[in-house]
Design a protein around this ligand. Structure first.
Ligand code: GDP
Length: 299
């Protein structure tokens, strides 16, 4: 929890110092509620959650007087309420041989790093893992995945740059099936310059996987970068509609004041949130806990 709390420090200090300023330094009046509303919106929590919080505090309580601590406690309660239904770990189904996890997302969001972290996690749980370097357009992504694979001691299926990503996905699943692997983690491209082409490519990868296992991919995990704030909302919409996203991982929650965006996304889409990234290292992927996240951002 301490790790999460310090990771979310910027998001939390923006909210908590804002609340302290509003509720300790002057008499409360109708403007205070408006200012609180502004603060919550600027913290990327989203309109829906913002209204819930201001409604829960209510005008009546203002007149009686409410302390900054009480406001923070309402914030924590409401955030937890939004996040609880979406907090769901990635579950590797043993009857899937392998359980295929397709990782999607815009370049730079932390997809490759997250695959590396997941590979470590599953390996340390005793599962056999195969990685597939499906972002065949970027040499750096392929190399980076190989480094993570070596570090975790798991095989990486890769081809040369420019190869066909669905062909690579096919080979990787075939190899994972042949070796009886438990998990296949498939990296994919994330060039957003041409959305149409990218989405068609992801659809093709899915079709090709189904030739070998009609139930694959078992998870399509969208990786989102918390520092992009409101842009992340658009990304969820595009990838959900076109790539069949089944769950989310949000990265880079450390070092941004925009962590509230996770709450807005949960309220708007209701997609499972599997884990969060709070740093660049192999251990910096945390299982997502609604209560811990709420407590961490409410200070
Ligand atoms: P990709 O293009 O989506 O595959 O993104 P990468 O995995 O290459 O990550 C882009 C950059 O973000 C790299 O420098 C990563 O080390 C960094 N990164 C990824 N996840 C996190 C995270 O949770 N926290 C921080 N601080 N950096 C991260």
């Amino acid at each position: 929890f301490q790790r999460l709390k310090s990771g979310l420090g910027k998001t939390s200090s923006k909210l908590t110092s804002g609340i302290t300023d509003l509720f300790s330094k002057r008499k409360l009046d109708a403007n205070t509620l408006d200012d609180l509303e502004d603060l919550l919106i600027q913290s990327d929590l989203g309109l829906e959650t913002t209204s819930r919080i201001t409604d829960a505090i209510g005008k009546g309580r203002f007149e009686k007087g409410i302390s900054a601590d009480e406001v923070r406690s309402v914030l924590a309660t409401e955030v937890e309420r939004v996040l609880t239904p979406v907090a769901k770990p990635l579950v590797i189904e043993p009857s899937h041989k392998p359980h295929v996890i397709m990782m999607v997302g815009v370049n730079g969001t932390g997809k490759t790093t997250t695959i590396g972290k997941l590979a470590n996690k599953f390996k340390s749980e005793g599962k056999s893992v195969v990685l597939a370097a499906g972002d065949t357009f970027r040499a750096a992504a392929i190399d980076q995945l190989k480094v993570w694979g070596e570090r975790a001691g798991v095989p990486v299926v890769a081809r040369e740059v420019g190869g066909d990503s669905s062909g690579l996905a096919f080979d990787a699943l075939k190899q994972a099936q042949a070796t009886g692997a438990d998990v296949l983690l498939l990296d994919t491209a994330g060039r957003l310059q041409n959305k149409q082409v990218l989405m068609e490519e992801l659809e093709k990868v899915t079709r090709v996987l189904k030739k070998l296992d009609p139930s694959a991919p078992h998870d399509v995990v969208l990786v989102l970068d918390a520092t992009t704030g409101q842009n992340a909302l658009n990304q969820v919409e595009v990838f959900r509609d076109r790539a069949g996203v089944t769950g989310l991982i949000m990265t880079k929650l450390d070092g941004t004041a925009r962590g509230g965006i996770l709450v807005a996304i949960a309220a708007k889409f209701g997609l499972p949130v599997h884990a969060i990234g709070v740093g660049e290292g192999a251990d910096d992927l945390q299982a997502f806990s609604a209560a811990d996240f709420a407590r961490a951002i409410a200070g």
